[in-house]
Design a protein around this ligand. Structure first.
Ligand code: ADP
Length: 451
């Protein structure tokens, strides 16, 4: 079967849906192919928020020290300075406009908090405590559909079509059909490869048996399809471990639990690091603890404010108790570890009261203590979370070939690209990345198609 459109987009996660809504807003006829039976990809699982700087919401809350420059430096430092600074700069500069655009399509993010690895408050969240990913995916999908975007589920892109070196469409297949989709431009928004163990192991053999938080469709298809027509990649060996993953199911326990005041303790009942340092630092610290695991501790105050926590309880991830000693026992701590845990909690609550974490220097998520019973714990350890590397793009979201030239008609956005996050992604930057670069790809691909 043969189809025609202006812009064809591969992948209906955060980046693909954003690009689709943006391109359709510009008047382009857009087709999106999505290989899974649902839209959303890994974006659907994002629980934190969207980092953004110099926004009207920060201003309304009197947050004046968390601007574009701080956002750029935090992102570069978090990524160990191997990020592509030009991409980071564009992401930070466009983030406030992206928040306004989300507002305009009915997806406001008015709450502002801090996230792991940042020194400032950039993390924008939905008003009602919803997880940001499912919230945005639903609104972006509704907007794309309202603007007439055709979304083909259960349809997998297999190849990029080219003519004289330019991308001019894709081949795709569903159970029943083989499609040739002719387009004036192509956007790859296929996400990362955190569920492709062979590909990850080819860069880091130690990851072959790790647990992953990724959805099954995160297999790096866009990267492989683009490489087949000469695209370049960057930082493919930079694979992020997230420190709070429930190992039985690969479910990620949201960073928001810690930014709202949750802490990590080890099997001896003791804290062991700044719980809100960057994800790689916390993961590495955890791997050095007895048994290479830890517990995340929170209280009823956090549960009341965070829908994700209510889900963890409902799904049986937690143990709970009405006092610290009983919680320690419910966690399976024994001997000295029980009293250690009680002491740890008292010390932490005192640190919150004093506004200073003398032990580990944690400087955010220290606004409220853990004194509202009942108390909860989830046993966690590091798991594969984000593939920072991917297709090499420029600030116009054009995909570059191995000579450094843009491949005409080919754009990419989101986790399928590399360079924005460098060696370690900061929480809240995946969403910022997919909204900002999804819009850039949508704008440029539709403009290219109109020429
Ligand atoms: P991002 O945050 O970058 O948007 P996501 O993981 O949220 O990344 O979304 C990527 C989407 O792309 C997923 O829904 C995934 O199923 C889809 N996808 C991946 N490979 C293909 C492919 N070959 N054909 C169609 N869709 C794909």
């Amino acid at each position: 079967e043969s189809l025609d459109c202006d812009v064809v987009i591969v992948g209906a996660g955060g980046a693909g849906l954003t690009a689709a809504a943006q391109a359709a807003e510009n008047g382009a006829k857009v087709i999106v192919v999505e290989k899974m039976p649902i839209v959303g990809g890994n974006s659907l699982k994002a629980t934190g928020g969207m980092n953004a700087a110099d926004t009207k919401y920060q201003e309304a809350l009197g947050i004046t020290d968390s601007g574009v420059d701080e956002f750029i430096e935090d992102t570069m430092n978090g990524g160990h300075q191997i990020n592509d600074r030009s991409l980071v700069t564009v992401m930070a500069e466009e983030s406030s406009d992206a928040v306004d655009w989300l507002d305009a399509i009915g997806a406001p993010l008015p709450k502002v908090a801090a996230t792991g690895g940042t020194t400032h408050k950039y993390l924008h969240e939905p008003e009602d405590g919803s997880a940001v990913g499912s919230y945005l995916v639903e609104k972006l999908n509704a907007q794309a559909e309202k603007l007439g975007v055709q979304i083909m589920l259960n349809t997998e892109a297999t190849e990029i079509l080219t003519e004289n070196g330019a991308a001019v469409g894709i081949k795709a297949e569903s159970k029943e059909h083989n499609y040739t989709i002719h387009a004036k431009s192509v956007i790859l928004a296929t996400g990362g490869f955190g569920a492709n163990f062979d590909l990850m192991a080819s860069f880091n053999p130690a990851l072959a048996n790790a647990v992953t938080t990724n959805h099954a469709g995160a297999t790096g298809d866009g990267i492989l399809m683009a490489e087949a027509i000469g695209a370049d990649t960057v930082d493919m060996d930079q694979i992020q471990l997230h420190p709070t993953v429930y190992q039985e199911t690969g479910l990620l326990v949201s960073e928001s639990v810690r930014s709202m005041g949750g802490i990590l303790v080890n099997a001896e009942g003791k804290r062991f690091c700044n719980d809100l340092a960057t994800r790689d630092a916390v993961s590495n610290a955890e791997l050095e603890q007895p048994g290479a695991y830890a517990y995340i501790i929170f209280d009823q105050r956090i549960v009341d404010d965070l829908k994700s926590c209510q889900k963890y309880i409902k799904n049986g991830l937690t143990v709970s108790a009405d006092n610290y000693e009983d919680l320690a026992k419910a966690m399976g701590l024994e001997g000295d570890a029980i009293q250690n845990f009680v002491d740890t909690m008292d010390t932490w609550n005192a640190a919150v009261a004093a506004g200073e974490d003398k032990e580990f220097g944690r400087n955010n998520g220290i606004d409220a203590d853990l004194s509202t019973a009942p108390y909860y714990a989830i046993k966690i350890a590091p798991g594969i979370h984000h593939t920072m590397g991917g297709l090499k793009i420029n600030t116009d979201a054009e995909v570059l070939d191995t000579q450094g030239n843009a491949i005409p008609g080919l754009y990419a956005a989101g986790e399928t690209t590399g360079g924005v996050h460098g060696g370690n992604r900061i929480g809240g930057n995946a969403v910022c990345d997919f909204v900002v670069f999804g819009r850039i790809a949508g704008n440029n691909a539709s403009a290219y198609a109109a020429n």
